[in-house]
Design a protein around this ligand. Structure first.
Ligand code: WT7
Length: 655
């Protein structure tokens, strides 16, 4: 990273843990020392938080890198760990899920209820001929049946592939085909923004000409009309709800495939990320315990992600349920029927731990401080963020307006591929800095390296890598070991600079500050090269968001005849701001002052919305197309495809 940019990350603000939280925290500072002294033995201790039908004989087999085997020889059942053992321990009456539908209908499921529902679904799937190792696709809205379906698959050893309910028939078909799923679990539809949206119709379209699927199981959610293929389609209420609720969970090998989850992918074919059983559950449960400081008897936890993303897998289903948490699950969008919906839910359920994404936080900030101020948010004691780098000003807003300047914020870095959190503050230990994910969690070996794979010193920037295998690591890309090797392990793989060790390339740029804390800078594809200087889009965006007139910003590098790439920024003004030419000049000046003259945007355009993927990440690729005045690339993964038309229409020639 260039000298001229050295000042942005000189963040002076520090927020140490509240004393009471620190004193009672699940994990204290000794975990770091223990983990570094003990290696895989640290993870063996965490694995003992689970129930094993048969103990493992070896913590880690890394004899055939990068194909890891964790807890070799061990056997367990994931659903047993998430349900049966809590019921057997006398917690059957504890609420597992407070569910709130978008229209305001509610359901409450205790651990005993959830256990019975999962047993019924396990029996029904078995009756449909689903056996251990078979693949089941799940295409559902955010209703309790989504968790039930996942856990039922886990219970019988079927490998699930959850496909986000916003994906098209074509994306769904690609994922069903790639995994060779034999059953699809879906619903007639779900509620989004006050309207029922169809799911079954999309499944029907996806299944035209599909050879592998024998049955669909259809949950009735909206009551809308659906087409029916006799013999293939079955109602959930006729099949699952009439099945026996008694089911014995068999034990599966620690390396049994638990799920495949396709990463969104930008242009290329989506990658089926494969996760297995024992290591995955160990790290999902441990990180949820350590980073959210969960106290199962008193906390009410809410992760606002969709079950179709890895966050929903690890931090709605597997981590929290393995830990016996009580959680809130919400079906709909944050602005239906009004912009205070999230805060109304926090107040209603007295939510104590909240996990959401920077894109949501920036949207809430844009909607105004007065919205959350109308609700009682004093129950909140800890706030989490995931999905993108969080701009320091968004972090501050979250802490102040949602956390009442009291609740610590934990910025958690991880990926679909890592399965669970990797870099994050520990809420009882870390004096956090706004915008930094701080340090690798105990047991995690993260580093930042230069082009040659050598570690960069404090103050340096480069590529984020993982130097040690970790329990919840992806095991491969489904059906494509070669792509697994090429994508993650060849950039800095066993060879020059790595000392012959296997080094995982995360694809993110990062910076290490003078204290040794880590700052994530977004995907390396998003780093710009301006007059020979590497400048991250994240840094320029954070500088823009720090200006009082800007609510959100996206920055791209556009080909420039003079500088190689020129910085082009798209900014959403805050409500009431006059977006005249003086403001644009002011913003360019503001960035130059914050980051150095080299980072002064060539051009800034004020827009009303930014193009985002369905998981809320800004699609800089499309903005680059606009900035370089090209026709737009693939827009099928956009949340709202009209956004790009508006932006493209407003793009003027470079000044
Ligand atoms: C990519 C992974 C992890 C669950 C949700 C996303 C970005 C994620 C952070 C963070 C900076 C982050 C990275 C990463 N990312 N969390 N706290 N700070 N960047 O899963 O869809 O697999 O995306 O999201 O670029 O590589 P995913």
């Amino acid at each position: 990273m260039s000298e001229t940019l050295a000042n942005l990350l000189h963040e002076e603000r520090r927020f140490p843990p509240p004393a009471a939280l620190a004193a009672a925290a699940n994990v204290d500072a000794s975990a770091y020392a223990e983990a570094s002294a003990d290696g895989p033995a640290f993870w063996e201790r965490q694995a003992r938080r689970l129930h094993w039908h048969r103990p493992w004989t070896q913590a880690l087999d890394w004899s055939r890198p990068p194909f890891a085997r964790w807890f070799v020889g061990g056997q367990l059942n994931v659903a047993y760990n998430c349900l049966d053992r809590h019921v057997e321990a006398g917690h059957g009456d504890r609420v597992a899920i407070h569910w709130e539908g978008e229209p305001g209908d509610t359901r409450t499921l205790t651990y005993a209820d959830l256990h019975r529902a999962v047993c019924r679904a396990a029996n029904a799937l078995t009756d449909l001929g689903v056996a251990a190792g078979d693949r089941v696709a799940i295409y559902l809205p955010m209703i309790p049946e989504a968790a039930v379906a996942m856990l039922a698959c886990a219970r019988i050893g079927a490998t699930h592939s959850v496909v986000f309910g916003g994906f098209s028939a074509e994306s769904l078909r690609g994922r069903i085909d790639d995994a060779g799923a034999s059953v699809v679990i879906t619903a007639d539809g779900g509620y989004r923004r006050g309207k029922p949206s169809g799911l079954k119709a999309i499944v029907d379209e996806a299944l035209a000409g599909c050879a592998s699927v024998r049955h669909t199981l259809v949950v009735r959610r909206t009551g809308q009309r659906v087409d029916w293929v006799d013999g293939r389609d079955l109602w959930w209420h006729d099949t699952v709800e009439t099945a026996s609720d008694s089911h014995r969970a068999a034990a599966f090998d620690a390396e049994h495939p638990l799920f495949i989850l396709y990463t969104s992918g930008t242009t290329a074919k989506p990658k089926g990320i494969l996760h297995t059983t024992g290591g995955y559950l160990t790290q999902a449960a441990y990180t949820h315990h350590a980073v959210f400081d969960l106290k199962p008897d008193t906390d009410v936890y809410w992760c606002t992600a969709d079950i179709g993303w890895v966050t929903g897998h690890s931090y709605i289903v597997y981590g929290p349920l393995a830990n016996g948490a009580t959680q809130l699950m919400y079906e709909g969008t944050p602005d239906t029927p009004h912009r205070g919906r999230f805060w109304e839910l926090v107040e209603k359920y007295r939510v104590t731990l909240l996990y959401t994404a920077p894109t949501a936080i920036r949207t809430f900030a844009k909607w105004g401080d007065d919205v959350p101020a109308q609700f009682d948010l004093t129950s909140l004691r800890l706030l989490g963020s995931v999905g993108e780098p969080i701009n320091p000003e968004a972090w501050m807003w979250y802490r102040e307006h949602i956390g009442g300047n009291r609740a610590p914020v934990v910025d958690t870095w991880w990926q679909t591929e890592t399965g669970a959190m990797m870099i994050s503050p520990l809420p009882g230990v870390t004096a956090a800095k706004p915008g930094s994910a701080m340090r690798p969690l105990p047991g995690i070996g993260a580093d930042i390296v230069d082009d040659t794979g050598a570690s960069v010193p404090a103050g340096g920037g480069g590529f984020l890598v993982l130097r040690e295998p970790w329990p919840s690591m992806l095991r491969t890309i489904w059906g494509d070991d070669q792509r697994f090797l090429d994508t993650y392990w060849s950039r800095f793989g066993a060879g020059a600079g790595s000392g012959g060790d296997w080094v995982y390339f995360a694809g993110d740029g990062a910076k290490r500050d003078d204290d040794g804390d880590l700052w994530l800078l977004g995907r390396v594809d998003d780093v710009m090269l301006v007059s020979g200087h590497n400048i991250s889009t994240t840094e320029v965006e954070s500088a823009l968001v720090a200006h009082p007139a800007v609510a959100e910003a996206a920055v791209v590098g556009a080909t420039d005849p003079v500088t190689g790439q020129g910085i082009v920024a798209f900014a959403i003004p805050r409500g009431g701001v006059d977006g005249g030419p003086e403001l644009l000049a002011q913003l360019r000046e503001h960035v130059a002052r914050t980051l150095g003259p080299i980072a002064r945007p060539r051009q800034i355009m004020l827009v009303q919305e930014l193009p985002k993927t369905r998981s809320g990440k800004i699609m800089r690729r499309l903005l680059r197309d606009v900035a370089e005045r090209r026709s737009l690339g693939d827009v099928t993964t956009l949340q709202d495809s009209t956004v790009m038309d508006l932006i493209a229409a407003g793009m003027s020639a470079p000044a």
